[in-house]
Design a protein around this ligand. Structure first.
Ligand SMILES: [Zn+2]
Length: 48
């Protein structure tokens, strides 16, 4: 197990932007990220 895997285990992922989506009817912008090490995904919402 390398150091990078340990970082993922404690929640310090290496996020890469995978795309985004803007819902015109809402006030937020969605951004999708995926960890390049473990493959975990997350979605972030940003105010416009
Ligand atoms: Zn990760």
């Amino acid at each position: 197990m390398g150091i990078s895997r340990i970082l993922c285990l404690i929640g310090l992922h290496r996020w890469e932007k995978k795309g985004g989506h803007t819902e015109f009817s809402s006030n937020v912008r969605e951004k999708y990220f995926m960890c390049s090490r473990c493959g975990k995904r997350k979605t972030v919402y940003e105010a416009k």
